[in-house]
Design a protein around this ligand. Structure first.
Ligand SMILES: [Zn+2]
Length: 230
C-alpha cells in the first residue's frame, strides 16, 4: 500500500480509519477527458460519451474519489470547520490521482474565491490544497493568477448549461500574471467537480491568456460524466 493511502497518514490527518474506508477512491479505468469512472476497461486514453459529445474547455481531469455523502462530509470540514490540516491529505490524494499527468505540467493554479462563499471564511480551500501539491510535485504555485471578475450566483439547482452561463466571463487572469501564464502547462485545482462549469470557466480564461494546456484535478467528482444535469 502506498504512502498516501496507508493508515498512518490517515491518522495524522485526524481521520478515523472508519471514515477513510468509506471513501470511494477512483481507480482506473476512467475517462481520460473528465475523469469519470468507467464500468469496464475501454483502453488507455478512452473518453466517455459526454467528452466526445462536447469537448470540455480543459484538456484532462482527474479526481481522487467519488463525491458522495462520505467525501462530502470530509470536504465540508475543510471548507467550514477550519480543518486546514486536511488540505495536506487531500493534496496527496490528488497527486496520486493525477500522477500520470503531473510530470507533464509546469504550474498549479487554484480556483479563486469559492462558489460556496461563507461569511467569515478566512481562506480559499482550493489554494490550501494547491500549495502543498505544487511544493511536493516541484511545480510553480500561481496562487492568485486567476481572479473573479464579478460575483457569480450560487451554482446550486442550475443545469450544466445554466452553470456555464452563470460563470461565463466570471474568471480572468490577473494582468500581472498574463506573461507568466503564456505557453505554460497548468493544473487547475478545485475541491469538487459536478458539471465542470466552474473549472471550464477558469480554463477558458487561462487559455485566453495563452496557456498551452489546462488540466484539472479535484478531490471528488460526481459519478456521472460532466455535462449532464445534476
Ligand atoms: Zn469524460
Amino acid at each position: 500500500m502506498d504512502e498516501t493511502r496507508d493508515g498512518s497518514s490517515v491518522q495524522s490527518a485526524g481521520l478515523t480509519a472508519d471514515a477513510w474506508t468509506r471513501i470511494a477512491f477512483i481507480e482506473a479505468p476512467f475517462c481520460d477527458g473528465c475523469g469519470a469512472p468507467f464500468e469496464y476497461d475501454m483502453g488507455a486514453l478512452a473518453r466517455c460519451a459526454a467528452c466526445h459529445g462536447r469537448k470540455p474547455a480543459f484538456d484532462r481531469a482527474r479526481a481522487a474519489c467519488l463525491y458522495d455523502d462520505n467525501s462530502r462530509d470530509l470536504i465540508l470540514k475543510l471548507k467550514h470547520a477550519d480543518r486546514t490540516d486536511l488540505a495536506g491529505l487531500f493534496a496527496r490524494w490528488i497527486a496520486r490521482a493525477a500522477a500520470d499527468i503531473l510530470p507533464e505540467l509546469d504550474a498549479v493554479v487554484p480556483v479563486p474565491l469559492h462558489r460556496w462563499r461563507l461569511l467569515g471564511r478566512r481562506y480559499n480551500q482550493a489554494a490550501e490544497i494547491a500549495r502543498p501539491l505544487a511544493r511536493d510535485a516541484r511545480l510553480a504555485f500561481m496562487a492568485d493568477a486567476l481572479v473573479r471578475a464579478r460575483p457569480t450566483q450560487s451554482q446550486g439547482g442550475k443545469s450544466g448549461s445554466g452553470r456555464r452561463r452563470n460563470v461565463a466571463g466570471a474568471f480572468v487572469v490577473a494582468p500581472a500574471w498574463r506573461a507568466k501564464i503564456a505557453g505554460r502547462r497548468l493544473l487547475l485545482i478545485d475541491d469538487v467537480l459536478t458539471t465542470g462549469a466552474t473549472v471550464e470557466g477558469c480554463a477558458r480564461a487561462l487559455k485566453g491568456a495563452g496557456a498551452a494546456r489546462v488540466d484539472v484535478a479535484v478531490i471528488a467528482r460526481v459519478k456521472e460524466a460532466a455535462g449532464r444535469a445534476i
